[in-house]
Design a protein around this ligand. Structure first.
Ligand SMILES: [Zn+2]
Ligand SMILES: [Zn+2]
Length: 337
C-alpha cells in the first residue's frame, strides 16, 4: 500500500506491505478520508517534533475490511470514524475519568501508524460506526469536532452567553457552531482572512472582526455594554492572540487556550489582573468522551463540517496538500482515497 511516513524530518511517500491483524481485538480499515491537522502542520514545518518512521494522520475514517476474533459490534463493510487516542485504562487519570490525561496515552498517526495510508490497523474500541447518509470526509471530521466539543464543555458555555473566538480556522469555525448550539446569544469571531470571515458569517457568527484593521477589544466591549465577553477562546496558537482574548473578556470571564502554540512560547501576564478580575484561564486537550456526540452532531446536520473542508488531495499529492495547509489560505485539507 502507499503511505505517507514521517521519516528523516520530512514526509516520505512509501510503498509498504499492507498491515495485518496481530491482536484479536484489532480491525483493518481501508482509509477513505484523512484530515491534515494543525498539529501535523506544526511537525511538517519543523515547529514540533514528530516520531520518526510513523505513518501520520489522526483524523480519519474508512471502511472495515477485516476483523479480529475478539471484535464486538463492528463488522466487515461498516463505515467507521476513528478516535486516535488510545488510553491505558489503569493509570491514575484513566481511573478518575480524565482519560485524555492518561499517562500512557498513545495516538494513531502520532505515536503509531495512522491514516495517511490506504489501510490502517485500529483496536476496535477506537471505532465509531456511522451511516451512509454522511460522507467519509464528514466522518473524518468527528475527531476535530470532538476536540472542540471538549473545549466548549470545559467552558460550560450556556444560553445567553457572549463568546469571543479568536481564529477562524477549521476548529475556530467548529467552536463557533458549538457555541451557537449551546445557546450563546452573541458570538464574535476574529479572523484576518476575508473569505474565512465570510464562512464564519454563514455559520452563524454575529460579529466578525478583521484584526488587521479593527480593534478587537474595543469592538467586543462596544457590543457588551463595555463589559467584555463572558467567554473567550484562543484558537490560533499564538501569545499575541491569547493577550487579545484576555483583554476582551469581562470581569469573572473564562478564557480557553485551545490553539496549539509552540512549547517555547512564553506569555507575560498580570497576576493582579487575574486576581482582581477573577479570571479563569484553562486549557483543553483532545477529546475525552466527546467523539460519540460529535459524530451524532455531524450525522444529524447540527454541525456543518462540509463548509470547513476547503481542499482535497490524493495521497500522491500530499506534498501539495501540506503546502496548501501551511499557506494559511485553507481550512481543513483532506487526503482522500
Ligand atoms: Zn488533530
Ligand atoms: Zn491511563
Amino acid at each position: 500500500m502507499i503511505a505517507a511516513v514521517w521519516r528523516g524530518g520530512k514526509i516520505s511517500l512509501e510503498e509498504l506491505p499492507n498491515p495485518v491483524i496481530k491482536k484479536e481485538d484489532e480491525v483493518i480499515i481501508k482509509v477513505l478520508a484523512s484530515g491534515i491537522c494543525g498539529t501535523d502542520l506544526h511537525v511538517f514545518s519543523g515547529k514540533a517534533q514528530g516520531k520518526d518512521g510513523v505513518i501520520r494522520g489522526h483524523e480519519f475514517s474508512g471502511r472495515v475490511v477485516e476483523i479480529g476474533k475478539d471484535v464486538k459490534g463492528i463488522k466487515v463493510g461498516d463505515l467507521v470514524a476513528v478516535d486516535p487516542n488510545i488510553t491505558c485504562g489503569h493509570c491514575y487519570f484513566c481511573k478518575r475519568g480524565e482519560i485524555n490525561l492518561c499517562e500512557n496515552l498513545i495516538a494513531l498517526g502520532v505515536d503509531i501508524n495512522g491514516g495517511f495510508a490506504e489501510y490502517c490497523v485500529v483496536p476496535y474500541k477506537q471505532l465509531y460506526v456511522f451511516s451512509e447518509k454522511i460522507s467519509p470526509i464528514e466522518g473524518a471530521m468527528m475527531e476535530p469536532v470532538a476536540c472542540a466539543l471538549h473545549g466548549i464543555e470545559r467552558l460550560n458555555v450556556g444560553p445567553g452567553d457572549t463568546v469571543l473566538i479568536v481564529g477562524g480556522g477549521a476548529l475556530g469555525l467548529v467552536l463557533l457552531q458549538l457555541a451557537k448550539l449551546s445557546g450563546a446569544s452573541k458570538v464574535f469571531l476574529v479572523e484576518k482572512v476575508e473569505w474565512k470571515r465570510k464562512i464564519a458569517k454563514d455559520l452563524g457568527a454575529d460579529i466578525v472582526i478583521d484584526p488587521l484593521k479593527e480593534n478587537v477589544e474595543e469592538i467586543v466591549k462596544e457590543n457588551t455594554y463595555g463589559r467584555g465577553a463572558d467567554v473567550g477562546i484562543e484558537a490560533v496558537g499564538k501569545t499575541e492572540t491569547v493577550k487579545t482574548v484576555l483583554g476582551s473578556v469581562r470581569r469573572g470571564g473564562k478564557v480557553l487556550i485551545f490553539g496549539v502554540s509552540s512549547p517555547e512560547d512564553l506569555l507575560s501576564i498580570s497576576p493582579y489582573d487575574i486576581y482582581f478580575r477573577e479570571l479563569t484561564i484553562m486549557g483543553s486537550f483532545v477529546n475525552p468522551f466527546t467523539n460519540s456526540r460529535a459524530l451524532s452532531l455531524i450525522e444529524e446536520g447540527m454541525i456543518d463540517v462540509k463548509k470547513i473542508v476547503s481542499h482535497r488531495f490524493s495521497i500522491e499529492k500530499i506534498d501539495e496538500a501540506i503546502k496548501v495547509g501551511l499557506s494559511g489560505d485553507a481550512l481543513r485539507v483532506i487526503i482522500n482515497f
